[in-house]
Design a protein around this ligand. Structure first.
Ligand code: SF4
Ligand code: SF4
Length: 427
């Protein structure tokens, strides 16, 4: 057993992890991280912070969560950017995104779910059943949402194995849908007050709104800096920053990424980048890539291209819109939250023309030469919406590569061939 494992063994045991299986997972992830991340040339110095966070993701960060719990704070795990983090923070709780980006635990998950369930759903089931995820096990409440059918039905079973609360998310954007979502936001506020034993005040919610907006602003700054040619950061590193945003302490995260953006600005002014001038610039668009799902970015950048943006929930879909900070009382703040969250353009909505506009706008702003549309296998919302994306990008003259894949490494060679052919086609 490694040194890190020995250091946190008692804590993991208390969290009922399967220690041998967990140790094996950390070993595989460490190797994967070395190959995909640490092997990159010319990384920003500020990435050392991210390397440290990743190396301690199941250690120090979990220890912090356990300390927060010992002080009476609750830990709330979420799977979707529809869950208002502001209400969690305003109730004095800690909000963590639960990842679900690996195949570990699939055999256990498939005892409950059909094999042709999307990888993300099988992964969060598997992590829980195989005792692999300290974030899931440390959560006092896990918040699900009725976005796609797969998640909706899976939560009915997941609720029997974890402390689950499900928020209803509408599938359209009309007035009735907004009312429904507002009622759900109010119900969730009540739930947070109940589990934390603390009333959410206007002052606490105002503070939480400003903090979560600060996190979004710093990520917006990161996105804008990637418009520079050559790009000052690799797509892999930028994805990692967006992933870490979901589980690191928000204040600490903002401080570290603000510094990293200063460093990026210096590079942009000096005309320095991570790829030679002329490297093809690609926008990734589609399903979120949860830790440690780094396969496709690795393949794309291995083909000599550079990823300049992620039109995804672990990317611009969760950072594009801010909550209006001018509201001064609770009812107005709730309205501001509802307005902001109803602008999310997830493929679970119909119709979802906003997303098509947003992809085109982002591709233009970032100077992308093409778009790689990424859907997880068996994800109907993104898999089917890919056709609408194709039509729209054709009209706009933006080349598109459509990829459907999962978390296995079996198709890496095939993906390499397809991506290389696409990059070559871009000329
Ligand atoms: S893609 Fe849709 S369901 Fe998935 S996290 Fe984003 S908003 Fe939620
Ligand atoms: S990737 Fe698609 S099918 Fe899977 S949980 Fe997200 S929206 Fe649902």
């Amino acid at each position: 057993m490694s040194e890190v494992s020995n250091k946190y063994k008692d804590m993991w045991e208390r969290l009922e992890l399967d220690l041998p299986a967990h140790d094996q997972l950390l070993g595989v992830l460490g190797q994967f991280y070395n190959d995909i991340y640490l092997s990159q040339q010319g990384r920003l110095m500020g990435m050392e912070y991210l390397d440290f966070v990743l190396s301690e993701v199941h250690g120090l960060r979990i220890q912090e969560l356990m300390e927060a719990k010992a002080q009476g704070r609750k830990v709330v795990g979420t799977f979707c950017v529809f869950v208002p983090e502001e209400l969690v923070l305003a109730a004095g709780a800690v909000c963590v995104g639960l990842c679900a980006g690996a195949e570990a635990g699939y055999p256990q998950a498939e005892a409950y779910l059909p094999r042709n369930t999307c990888a993300l759903i099988k992964s969060f089931f598997g992590f829980r059943l195989a005792g692999l995820c300290p974030f899931t096990n440390a959560s006092d409440l896990i918040v699900g949402e009725t976005t796609c059918d797969g998640k909706k039905k899976a939560y009915e079973i997941f609720g029997e194995m974890a402390p689950l609360y499900v928020m209803e998310v509408p599938q359209t954007k009309g007035r009735a849908a907004r009312e429904l979502f507002k009622a759900e936001v109010l119900k969730f506020k009540q739930k947070m007050e109940e589990i934390s034993g603390q009333a959410i005040t206007a002052q606490a919610l105002g503070q939480a709104i400003r903090l979560v907006n600060r996190k979004r602003r710093v990520l917006q700054r990161l996105t804008k800096l990637r418009a520079a040619e050559p790009s000052p950061i690799s797509g892999r590193d930028a994805l990692l920053i967006n992933q870490v945003a979901f589980y690191d302490d928000p204040e600490r995260f903002c401080g570290a990424i603000e510094k990293l953006c200063d460093e990026m600005e210096g590079r942009v002014q000096a005309g320095q980048g991570v790829t030679p001038p002329g490297a093809k610039r690609l926008l990734m668009s589609g399903c979120p890539m949860a830790v440690p799902n780094w396969k496709l970015p690795f393949v794309v950048e291995g083909a000599g291209a550079v990823i300049v943006g992620e039109e995804s929930c672990i990317g611009t879909r969760s950072t594009r819109e801010l909550v209006d900070e001018t509201a001064i009382d609770l009812p107005a703040m709730i309205e501001a939250l509802v307005d902001r969250y109803m602008k999310i353009d997830c493929a679970c909505f119909t119709p979802n023309g906003e997303r098509l506009d947003n992809i085109v706008k982002l591709a233009r702003e970032l100077g992308a030469d093409g778009v790689v549309h990424y859907a997880l296998q068996f994800c109907q919302p993104y898999g089917i919406e890919a056709q609408r994306v194709r039509q729209r990008l054709q009209q706009e003259g933006i080349p598109l590569l459509r990829i459907e894949t999962d978390y296995s490494m079996e198709d890496v060679e095939l993906l390499k061939n397809r991506v290389e052919a696409f990059v070559e086609m871009l000329g």
